[in-house]
Ligand binder design. Sequence first.
Ligand code: AMP
Length: 208
Amino acid sequence: MLNIVLFGPPGAGKGTQAQRMMDATGLPQVSTGDMLRAAVKAQTEVGLEAKKYMDAGALVPDEVIIDLIKDRMKEDDAKNGVMFDGFPRTVPQAEALSEIVNVSIVLAIDVPDERIVERICGRFSCGNCGVVFHDQFNPLPANGCACGSFMEKRRADDTEETVVARLKAYHQQTAPLAEFYQKKGLFSLVDGDRDIDLITTDLLAAIN
Ligand code: AMP
């Protein structure tokens, strides 16, 4: 059982790295952001509640998130562990998580604030396969997406105004988790302001 927490500010590359590590680790990516966006799209009760917060760049209340995770961890593919992406984001969420599973390692991807806006504002993904690209730093290859059915998708909250609020929420509510996990001896920091492949290599080395 290997439960990995990918930690870092919005736009650090947590989702990109989780996708790249799926083959090597054999673990599914559990992204609360993706789960919430799916709920918003399906217009479920949770989705309608969460949308207000997401549009404002604020965190969705802990109870909503913890319920989502409890349900997700009951699914069959989670039995050998998962890679949490964008969860936990508050100390109460981390405390709740420790009641559900044992966290094996926290991989923190370090990117300075001044790089975040440019990284978030140019990003897009393939709506067909989910791979993430960036206008400038990780452009779509000339022959298109590897899945063969590229469909451009941009997130509604990847705007300059919302990024400022998301960064503020990160520093106020999420950053204190670094100390929470350092005290448990689980925290491993990787420089995220480098070539994507080098970051993946370092993250996999930290896991091994
Ligand atoms: P993400 O895709 O991780 O950047 O998340 C997008 C948005 O979903 C965030 O700005 C929050 O509004 C919400 N969200 C995702 N994960 C969490 C979480 N663990 N706790 C609270 N809000 C979350």
